[in-house]
Design a protein. Structure first.
Ligand code: KG4
Length: 340
């Protein structure tokens, strides 16, 4: 009999549900929350309320697009954390109630593991290139910047991570500060495409080992823009493409320096990226370029699997299910990775 898994993702500002059958994607529905746009960032309380409104229609749509009845489901995988506690509570409570009503198991998933395994979602008629184990995953999102050694679908080690801001946060906060809008990543990416990445330079962090830091470069950009604006009020408006291109290049350089170091130290040449920032066109082409130069096999996720989605939660849940893991109904969501 086929294993049909419903995945539920509600860790931040996207309510998503997906159905997979034996690892093949049948549907993946995402309701993004526009309500935060006016605030220049995600407002946790508004996010939880929007999840409450969205979750029933999103799950219904995912089931109907998959041509699956709730009674056909084998298990329900849900994001337990890390993320916003109120948001996680909505998805976790929904999964528990639905699992209880259908008398099927629920399976907790670590959101970051979902991002790492996004490339393993199979789709009918779409050839998938999966990295072989062990591989390194550069996991870059609004909340995380990590280099992860993935030993198998269920076991991974964090080799390095940010000691302060995540790279997505640097994109978002700097975009806001420059008055360019939210979310900053896609906006800076678009403007950078028309700019000269070599025009300006920004101070690079000096952090030992494989860890990252992105708060210094944020401050460096802040002072840079403020100083230039004092001399020329039109500076930002007239140079935004070059500023974005140079800033984006600086962020990518920081990411790549440590990734190259990690590949060298571990001897691993299977290199994947994941998370919202893996949608960045500059980062994607740089990974491929470095891969060609260094003999890496590189794996880029499809755009639809870069930002938060339930397909990645369903596939991670599927691997846990196959390993015999089940989650008790008294499980509570966790906001931090360290609480897992
Ligand atoms: O993985 P994600 O959807 O949410 C979590 O943080 O879990 O990532 C969102 C982040 C935001 O910081 C957003 O600005 C960034 O991903 N992002 C991008 C791009 N698209 C989304 N950053 C750079 N370039 C992009 N094209």
């Amino acid at each position: 009999m086929a294993d049909i898994i419903l995945g539920i993702e509600s860790s931040c500002d996207d309510t998503s549900a997906a159905v997979i059958r034996d690892g093949f994607l049948l549907s993946n529905v995402i309701a993004s929350q526009d309500v935060h746009r006016n605030f220049g960032g995600v407002v946790p309380e508004l996010a939880s309320r929007a999840h409450e409104l969205n979750i029933v229609p999103v799950v219904s749509e995912a089931l109907s697009k998959a041509g699956t009845a709730a009674s056909d489901l084998t298990a329900i995988a849900f994001t337990r954390g890390p993320g916003l506690l109120g948001s996680l509570l909505v998805g976790t409570s929904f999964a528990k109630a639905m699992g209880l009503a259908l008398d099927i198991p629920i399976i907790e998933v670590n959101h970051l593991q979902g991002h790492i395994l996004a490339g393993f979602v199979k789709q009918e008629g779409v050839p998938v290139r999966e990295p072989s184990f062990p591989f390194l995953c550069l996991l870059v999102s609004g909340g995380n910047s990590q280099i992860v050694k993935v030993n198998d679908p269920l076991h991974f080690e964090i080799l390095g991570q940010t000691i302060d801001d995540a790279v997505g946060e640097a994109f978002d906060k700097c975009s806001k500060m420059m008055g360019l809008g939210y979310p900053g990543g896609p906006i800076i990416d678009r403007l950078a495409a028309a700019g000269d990445p070599g025009r300006f330079s920004f101070a690079k962090p000096r952090v030992p080992g494989l860890d990252y830091s992105f708060s210094g470069i944020k401050t460096s950009l802040l002072y840079f823009v403020r100083d230039r604006l004092t001399e020329d009020p039109q500076f930002m408006e007239n140079n935004k493409e070059d500023i974005c291109a140079s800033f984006q290049k600086a962020l990518i350089d920081i990411l790549m320096d440590k990734l190259v170091k990690a590949a060298r130290q571990t001897g691993i040449k299977e290199i994947a990226i994941g998370g919202g920032v893996s949608a960045n066109s500059g980062l994607r082409s740089r990974i491929v370029q470095e891969g060609e130069k260094r003999g890496w096999n590189t794996y880029l996720p499809q755009f639809k699997f870069t930002t938060d989605n339930a397909a990645m939660i369903a596939i991670a849940g599927y691997y846990h299910y196959l390993a015999g893991e089940r989650t008790p109904l008294d499980v509570a969501p966790v906001s931090r990775m360290s609480d897992f």
